[in-house]
Design a protein around this ligand. Sequence first.
Ligand code: ARG
Length: 467
Amino acid sequence: MTNPPDQPGASAIWGGRFAGGPSVVMQRINASIDFDQRLYAQDIRGSKAHCRMLVATGILSAEDGEAIVAGLERIRQEIESGALTFRSELEDIHMNVEARLAELIGEPAGRLHTARSRNDQVATDFRLWVRDAVDGMGSALQGLQAALIDQAETHAATVMPGFTHLQAAQPVTFGHHLLAYVEMFGRDRGRLADARARLNECPLGAAALAGTSFPIDRRQTAAELGFDRPAANSLDAVSDRDFALEFLAAAAICAVHMSRLAEELVIWTTAQFRFVSLSDAFTTGSSIMPQKRNPDAAELIRAKAGRVIGNLNALLIVMKGLPLAYSKDMQDDKEPVFEAADTLELSIAAMTGMIRDLTVHAERMAESAGAGFTTATDIADWLVRVAAVPFRQAHHITGRIVRLAEERGCGLAELPLGELQAIDGRIDAQVYSVLPVEASAASRTSYGGTAPANVAAAVLAARQRFL
Ligand code: ARG
């Protein structure tokens, strides 16, 4: 410490007006070092930028500046090699770094905090951290999209049942189904990019809340830290956590997408569906049932969405009703963000592995694609197209055909032409050509539709847009 406390037990950083030190319980509830040590690299980077600006503006001597920057660099190395032990009586990462700096370089360490407060310091550190997390999540999602697009390319023509209400609806291609998730993760990346653009303003120099009387250059620190500009209002700069909320909101929506794909994997791998198999690398066995292969990773991804949604809720509730400017409540902003980032990063990695390793049972999918009269709409469309029947009427006629097949316990294609014609005389043998599931899928060539030719083109387009 630069100055030893006047009273035993009082904080060396802020203890000047205190006669005694905080209780153990107070220290425990107050300290954030256990978790905010994750900000060490951002904290040191921010301090170096602040120090260089103080020198450039003549607030600090070049000599002190050099000692501070060299000391900070050494602390970074000490932290990375595990040589520095953090102390909870020093509360947080900012004071741990500053106290170590004082041990290393003595008095100049006490000049670093000129024209700065922990309030603008932590807001800056945390923005830098969230910015890295945004970038990391964006590229992880790109990797997942790449895995999905590769499988979609392989399975552009693999027919499966498409569902609504989880009831067989119409045949679709598996590639088309996977590309739906590519769109979702593309929007997630877009949300992250939007959040990044708004996030990229520098709070440093707002000081405690009101700005500072020193002739600082906020543009310099903003530029050195890769921010687009300094935050315009000092009160807002130290009290804003929108960037963390936007990250969590994007993460929560992404986690919801992940949980939907995870749920489909759980369904598709059941003995009843058997559409796909997961690899040994992403499944587990049962300790009692030798036949079991459980989709644990998918189940856990499905579950973890709950945590990420909880993290968003937690921070929204921390921020709700806080008066300007900084309140200590805001120290509790970090754990939800760290947990959401960690949880989602692991989930995306596991999902990417499962998708890459997926074995697709195309024959089983095709067989299932026809179950449940999934080409009934094709008969109705055929009546509209060939016999100029109004669609509502065609729908009714086809409904009677489906009922007949149900009574017979056969598929639509097994119904004899005579019986179809007894229902409606405009039907002829051509109708059978629209009944195979492959024909049905291939006919859906409208923009964004499921036809294999569309999917092949959509794969190319997705590569252009996303990879
Ligand atoms: N550890 C604190 C946090 O994360 C740093 C800011 C402390 N500011 C203060 N005025 N006590 O929020």
